[in-house]
Design a protein around this ligand. Structure first.
Ligand SMILES: Nc1ncnc2c1ncn2[C@@H]1O[C@H](COP(=O)(O)OP(=O)(O)OP(=O)(O)O)[C@@H](O)[C@H]1O
Ligand SMILES: [Mg+2]
Length: 255
């Protein structure tokens, strides 16, 4: 299978603190690739580098066959149209209605009229299990799970070929978390988009991923299939997984 993303020897520091320490991996076209790791291990930083929100101090990132580090600002705009990013904590605009949040990219970058914009918003909201009745609400009027859905609808608004989900289930109860997992899987089936999922939800990671990358303190510990990770030869990885599983409901994952 062809690689959609190639991350090569990435280093990034904030001030004197080195956050990424030589991270290299590739993501295949169409796969669900999960980044798993503890708080502060650099997961969000990696994804922000991939969408071009952070620049690494060393290394390269190739997406869709091109280095994204050398894109002009116009090229970066059209690159971002091909990439859907679900921010950690949803990051919806509180002052905008749900439908405006969903088509935010189009409001800024396209010439669709109001009717067309609303129709795109409704189509995307329906894809994530929301409906017409949510269109005119403000984010503050949505539950946590609905906010995640609305943010997912926004990430899908430009029909992206790559979707990055940063902690899509954090703050949700187990039932809503599993519903979001199903949504990620069904979105992949429907759109054939490549997906990167950042999580420390072990159940999600083991049940939806084609491959999992385990990171610790800005370094990759292991990359493998869910069962390779579950049966890891590396002590630290096995302990990390078993700690996460202890907190999971019975039968929540199926290997
Ligand atoms: N803009 C920033 N300025 C300074 N330090 C930062 C910045 N962003 C992140 N960091 C630090 O970099 C480290 C990695 O952060 P990152 O957000 O990538 O972790 P994470 O794995 O996504 O964690 P979490 O699971 O808590 O979201 C953390 O120690 C964090 O404090
Ligand atoms: Mg994070």
């Amino acid at each position: 299978m062809e690689n959609l993303i190639e991350v090569k020897d990435l280093y990034l520091s904030f001030g004197k603190r080195e956050i990424l320490k030589g991270v290299s991996f590739s993501v295949k076209k169409g796969e669900i690739f999960t980044i798993l790791g503890g708080s502060g291990s650099g997961k969000t930083t990696i994804t922000k580098c991939i969408v071009g929100l952070l620049k690494p101090s060393r290394g390269d990132i190739l997406v869709f066959g091109r280095s994204i580090l050398s894109l002009s600002s116009i090229e970066l705009d059209s690159y971002r149209k091909r990439v859907g990013y679900l921010f950690q904590n949803s990051a919806l605009f509180d002052s905008l209605r749900v439908w405006e949040n969903v088509v935010f990219y189009h409001l800024e970058h396209s010439s669709y009229n109001l009717k067309e914009l609303k129709s795109i918003a409704l189509e995307k909201l329906r894809m994530v299990g929301l409906s017409e009745e949510h269109m005119e609400l403000f984010p503050s009027e949505l539950s946590g799970g609905m906010k995640k859905r609305a943010a997912l609808a926004r990430a899908l608004a430009t029909n992206p070929e790559l979707i990055i989900y940063d902690e899509p289930t954090s703050g949700l109860d187990p039932i809503n978390s599993r519903l979001i997992d199903e949504l990620i899987s069904s979105t992949r089936e429907r759109t054939l988009a490549t997906s990167i999922v950042v999580t420390h939800d072990m159940v999600s990671a083991l049940s939806i991923s084609d491959r999992i990358m385990v990171v610790k303190d800005g370094e990759i510990m292991q990359i493998g299939t869910p069962s390779e990770i579950y049966n890891s030869p590396i002590d630290w990885v096995r302990k990390f997984i078993s700690m996460g599983i202890k907190n999971a409901p019975d039968g929540a994952y199926n290997l």
